[in-house]
Design a protein around this ligand. Structure first.
Ligand code: SF4
Length: 215
């Protein structure tokens, strides 16, 4: 018989407890000092490592100081500035488009609701959840590649669809833990539950994980 929701919730609570003990300092690894900078960094992070994004934004945030600077930037100049993050033309169009709307329709301030954020060009649910969770204190869960992989291994979802995974996980994890969960799972995915070669013997979740030792 499958695991009941109640059993899943109990396992989720224990998973959180152990992750917090193992990764007490987990946090967003993108560098930023304003909400708009986090929005830019998150757009840049698609298909790119946070480390590379931080290398690029170190200079970018010196050159472009405000949402207006991005909104009225030459899109080709910006694309050159972010070239090494990949998909630079598309990302430059997203950053300029989103910034223009922020300046012209939101008074130069990044809006703080999911509905408004996803109305910005190039901003999807993942980016919006990241900004909401980090800067607005809204319980929000980012479903990235580590979350998709590890939550499937843990048997807490059976989907590869980020929106569906988000819905399923929000039913079993406490809202207070949503933001931290993603950061801890990213750390776990980088250090122990590594793609294609998880080190189950060193995993604090091994007795809670149906995939332990099977990969
Ligand atoms: S037991 Fe293995 S598969 Fe399960 S979470 Fe830990 S490292 Fe990943």
């Amino acid at each position: 018989m499958g695991e009941s929701v109640k059993e899943k919730k109990a396992r989720a609570a224990e998973i959180i407890h152990r992750l917090k003990a193992a990764y007490p300092n987990s946090k967003c690894s993108l560098s930023y000092s304003t909400t708009h900078e986090l929005l830019v960094a998150t757009i840049l992070s698609a298909q790119c490592t946070d480390r590379r994004v931080n290398q690029v934004t170190r200079q970018l945030f010196e050159k472009y100081r405000s949402p207006e600077d991005y909104a009225y930037a030459d899109v080709n100049d910006l694309a050159r500035d972010i070239h090494s993050c990949g998909y630079h033309n598309q990302k430059a169009r997203s950053i300029v488009g989103a910034s223009l709307k922020i300046v012209e329709e939101f008074g130069g301030k990044v809006p703080g609701t999911m509905e408004e954020l996803v109305s910005l060009p190039g901003v999807g649910r993942k980016t919006a959840n990241c900004v909401l969770g980090e800067c607005f204190g809204v319980p929000a869960m980012v479903i990235d590649t580590h979350m998709i992989r590890i939550m499937n291994l843990l048997g807490l979802t059976d989907s590869r669809n980020p929106n569906q995974i988000e819905r399923q996980l929000k039913q079993i994890f406490d809202p207070d833990d949503w933001v931290g969960l993603t950061h801890m799972i990213i750390d776990h995915g980088r250090s122990v539950c590594v793609a294609r070669r998880p080190v189950c013997g060193e995993c604090v979740l091994s007795d809670l994980c149906p995939s332990s030792g099977k990969r």
